[in-house]
Design a protein around this ligand. Sequence first.
Ligand code: ZN
Length: 165
Amino acid sequence: MSAVPRDYRVYVAKDYLKFSAAHFIAYKGFREPLHGHNYHVSVSISGTVGTDGYVLDFGIVKDITRRICAELDERVLIPTQSDCLDVVEEGPSVVLTYEDGARFVFPAVDTVMLPIMHASAEELAAYVLERLQAALREHEVRGLTEIEVGVGEAPGQAAYCRQRL
Ligand code: ZN
């Protein structure tokens, strides 16, 4: 083996790393109609290869990502940091009021509250990345240099968020 340091990357994009969810993009002056996607999630993790021969166990990445997808599956994605949507929990319901006064009311159990500003593929990728990074810390994985998460809304249409560690 070469003595020159090499960077390795593992990539996971299984068929089951997906979630079906409803969302709409909203920012000041613009709101999409409520609609849904069958989202697909991919994960790339770069790092050095350890004495065990790998960057990290694929199984860990698959398990964590599958759990995150399950939390988002069959839910309405609520961007709680929005600057144009008021989000209020009222008993068993979540009420969203857009800046023009239009309201959505959803059963709270049908929603997932996300600490993001817009329910875009980009911000969803950043959210999944943060959750993945936090979960990987608990596994004491060493030698990682970069994580990239892709969230695809449709075939051939995905957003990626990458973070150097
Ligand atoms: Zn959409």
